[in-house]
Ligand binder design. Structure first.
Ligand SMILES: *[C@@H]1O[C@H](CO)[C@@H](O)[C@H](O)[C@H]1NC(C)=O
Ligand SMILES: *[C@@H]1O[C@H](CO)[C@@H](O)[C@H](O)[C@H]1NC(C)=O
Ligand SMILES: *[C@@H]1O[C@H](CO)[C@@H](O)[C@H](O)[C@H]1NC(C)=O
Length: 789
């Protein structure tokens, strides 16, 4: 987290004008006064608006709950003055006391638990903490959609409870669904990984969990998918996100960067999207009507509001010098379709922009309508919170045993067993009586919750978790993850020589990878590698290496060291991480997590400047491409990798071999391009009839119950015109629990338009004709796709 309280986490350190900071403090003061100090009252918060105790309420139509929301919204907008409107399109919206409306702070966060990043949420008093789930990259590794939904449901219970107690808002700017494009990205930990299909499913499930399935379009809390779009560089090699122009092809935008956002809006029905700091093809995303107005609102039909990243309107004026005047910058944002500014810029410059005729008051009304509609869907204009749905949630609904158990379960499901030489794991707690627990992450707490976290209910560190099974000898080995010296190595070696087994908990923390901090390399920092090798050489028993990190780590040295018998990736496993790690090591949990991103070797970095957004390789420059979909070089561990203590076999029992595509538009009328002969546009196909069902039997050949994740990939046909450059892509995944020795049948749906289509260089989705391949583990199956005459 940043040190300055006024700009908190998304801290923009550019040259802010003095005027801006003066106005910020004015706004803050206004809110404090108008909301009567902190809005915590005995037994709950003061109603945000339409307080039944206020006689005014009965006369205000926007307070009448039986009137349709769009009518109430227009009624309220009709009563506001221009000056009031201008102060309502910023995150710290002013109070309008003459209409009985309190101030509202729009900025709260709940990436993996209610977070204290953002001024809208405050821990303390009756809310000392909230359940801190594993960081998203870890939860993504579970490949379990019902888990993601359930976490969202629990987080929004706690969020509503904190809102009711006046400790949080109802608008949470989570999740972060940018594609984890480059392994160095400091914020990759916040995301569900590198694959668009996985990220899309995660986004839709978590958002649905958070927002609830209210009657009509009622919202439990309002989620926000961010940062739209192609934002995944923070600060690398002298280039930062405030100045970066991401050059993105139409093809990569459509089949990679936009995919999770589209799913957020269409499947998740998210109530908000945030535009990013960076430019895309020369335009700041928050000033691009093509991205905001045409794509998010037009094509996808967002029912909600579009918010800027914090200070990003200011950033494109001050540091990108995108417009000549600040009024133009304000006008561009509103014209592009921005509804809310996180930051003071619109509060300061909108009035002059209107006076100069760059935008009209009506443009502002459209933005306000989007904002107030969301507040009304949240019930904020329905009077007493305690009288509403979720109104009974309070402090006793936060950090409940069930919620904390789910945080533990999520960590167990997310841990990935990378290596298990000679089935060294699980360790038997009866045969292994003493364990040396070594490493800079072996007794950590806050490291386990990663960034965009809150205050956890409590922690179980790895050392504490392991100590519940066996007697432990603890040696840090390195003072911190930077591991600048070897002074503590000797004691660590002695510990591992004297014990029955050794567990090294190594890896990264926020000092290595974070917001505004991209990594410079993929190896373990400092002398960590040397510590691991020396301890392994000294060890008497099996050596287990646990990596705690958000991004991938090149652990080739350990993979190749016969003395290191097992490697686990724990990600940032959340408040109960230590219990989960121990449960996996001692076999109480059979690991089933899979890597949501490729683990590249260090050498990969020299060929890929972080600034090149291209997903596809470029043979003429030697650029190798990105992610398992396009990169074909050596890897340390591939996307989807993850072992179990059981062995699973898969058999295809029902598998259609061909499918005919019929057209909704006659073939002759279709566009004339190089693709015409070998593929057809999805928009021209009769997609409804193109669904195929497959059955796969999964058998657990081992002696332990376990979960297996079926990853279904498709591979388009190769032909003369092929320029998809896509090898294979994930089309769906199915996680099943299979008891030892038994068999489960899994139904897999493959939809031709959705799953077998590819995107051409114009960003148009097409179905290539010919033989497509489905890959399910080692199974390969060919499907012939033909046109119907
Ligand atoms: C298709 O495009 C080619 C090259 O642009 C052109 O010569 C040809 O006439 C076009 N055919 C049709 C049917 O439009
Ligand atoms: C997915 O997660 C849910 C919630 O924790 C759990 O009940 C379910 O068993 C998990 N599914 C599998 C196959 O492990
Ligand atoms: C593939 O498409 C790119 C443009 O996206 C183009 O530059 C390249 O020449 C094409 N390659 C082939 C083999 O057609």
């Amino acid at each position: 987290m940043a040190s300055s309280p006024s700009c908190s986490n998304y801290c923009y350190n550019g040259n802010k004008s003095l005027l801006a900071s003066v106005i910020v403090s004015v706004i803050v003061v206004t809110i404090t006064i108008s909301s009567g100090g902190v809005a915590i009252a005995e037994g709950g918060r003061v109603p945000f608006a339409c307080d039944p105790k206020n006689g005014l309420t009965r006369t205000l139509r926007f307070c009448w709950t039986h009137v349709p929301i769009h009518v109430r919204v227009q009624d309220l907008i009709g009563r506001l003055t221009l000056a009031e409107k201008i102060r309502l399109v910023v995150n710290n919206a002013i109070a309008v006391p003459r209409l009985g409306i309190q101030g509202y702070e729009w900025w709260s966060e709940a990436l993996h638990g209610v977070s204290n990043v953002g001024p809208g949420t405050k821990f303390g008093g009756p809310f000392p903490g909230a359940t801190s789930f594993p960081q998203v990259i870890t939860t993504a590794a579970s490949f379990n959609q019902s888990l993601w939904l359930e976490i969202g449901r629990v987080v929004s219970d706690e969020a509503r409870a904190m809102y009711n107690g006046g400790a949080a808002g109802l608008t949470f700017w989570s999740p972060n669904v940018n594609i984890f494009r480059d392994p160095r990205w400091g914020r990759g930990q916040e995301t569900p990984g590198e694959d668009p299909t996985l990220a899309a499913k995660y986004a839709a499930s978590y958002v649905q969990g958070l927002q609830g399935n209210g009657a009509g379009d009622r919202l439990k809390v309002a989620a926000c998918c961010k940062h739209y779009t192609a934002y995944d560089l923070d600060n690398w090699n002298g280039i930062d996100r405030f100045h970066f122009n991401a050059k993105v092809s139409k093809q990569d935008l459509a089949d990679t960067y936009d995919v999770p956002f589209k799913a957020c809006v269409l499947e998740g029905k998210v109530a908000s999207v945030m535009c990013s700091y960076n430019q895309v093809n020369g335009k700041p995303t928050c000033a691009d009507p093509e991205l905001l107005r045409s794509t998010i609102r037009g094509q996808w039909g967002l029912n909600g509001y579009i918010v800027s990243d914090c200070d990003s309107v200011g950033v494109y004026y001050d540091s990108q010098h995108y417009t000549r005047t600040p009024e133009e910058a304000a006008a561009d944002a509103i014209k592009a379709g921005l509804d809310l500014d996180c930051g003071p810029f619109l509060a300061i410059h909108t009035d002059a922009a209107i006076r100069q005729g760059l935008i009209s008051e009506n443009d502002l009304n459209l933005a306000l309508a989007n904002l107030i509609t969301v507040q009304m869907r949240l019930g904020m204009f329905d009077g007493e919170p305690s009288a509403q749905q979720y109104g009974n949630l309070g402090p006793r609904d936060v950090c409940t045993p069930a919620h904390q158990e789910l945080a533990l379960e999520a960590a167990r499901q997310g841990i990935v067993l990378l290596e298990n030489k000679g089935n060294a794991l699980p360790l038997s707690p009866t045969r292994v009586r003493t364990v040396a627990v070594i490493g800079p992450n072996s007794d950590v707490t806050v490291t386990m919750i990663g960034n965009y976290a809150g205050v956890a209910c409590g922690y179980t560190s790895p050392l504490q978790g392991i100590s519940r099974y066996v007697k432990t000898v603890h040696q840090a080995g390195c003072r911190d993850v930077a591991c600048g010296g070897n002074q503590l190595f000797g004691a660590a070696e002695i510990a591992s020589r004297r014990t029955d087994a050794t567990i090294l908990v190594m890896g990264l923390d926020q000092s290595i990878e974070a917001e505004t901090r991209d990594r410079v390399g993929l190896l373990l920092p400092g002398l960590q590698q040397e510590l691991v090798s020396r301890v392994a050489r000294a060890a008497r028993g099996p050596v287990v290496l646990v990596i705690m990190s958000g991004g991938p780590v090149d652990v080739s040295f350990a993979k190749n060291d016969p003395k290191i018998t097992a490697i686990l990736w724990a990600g940032y496993p959340g408040q109960a991480g230590g219990t989960a790690i121990a449960d996996v090591i001692f076999g109480r949990t059979n690991p089933g997590g899979r890597l949501p991103m490729t683990w590249y070797p260090e050498s990969y970095l020299s060929k890929v400047p972080m600034t090149i957004m291209d997903m596809r390789p470029n043979p003429s420059t030697g650029y190798p491409g990105r992610t398992y979909r396009f990169y074909k070089g050596p890897v340390v561990y591939p996307f989807g990798h993850g072992l179990s203590y059981s062995r699973f076999s898969q058999t295809l029992v029902l598998a259609p071999k061909q499918v005919s595509v019929s057209f909704s538009t006659p073939l002759k009328a279709q566009t004339n391009s190089t693709w015409a002969s070998s593929s057809i546009k999805v928009s021209h196909a009769n997609c409804d009839a193109l669904h195929m069902g497959f059955h796969v039997d999964v058998k657990n050949e081992g002696s332990m119950d376990g979960t297996h994740t079926l990853l279904i990939f498709s591979k388009p046909p190769i032909n003369g015109n092929n320029n998809w450059s896509e090898d294979k892509k994930l089309v769906s995944f199915h996680k099943v629990l299979v008891p030892a020795g038994s068999k489960q049948r899994v139904s897999v749906g493959v939809h031709v338009c959705k799953h077998l289509s590819v995107v051409d260089e114009f960003g148009v989705r097409r179905i290539p004709m010919g033989d497509h391949e489905l890959h399910i583990g080692d199974l390969k199956h060919s499907i012939s796709v033909q046109t119907q005459d």
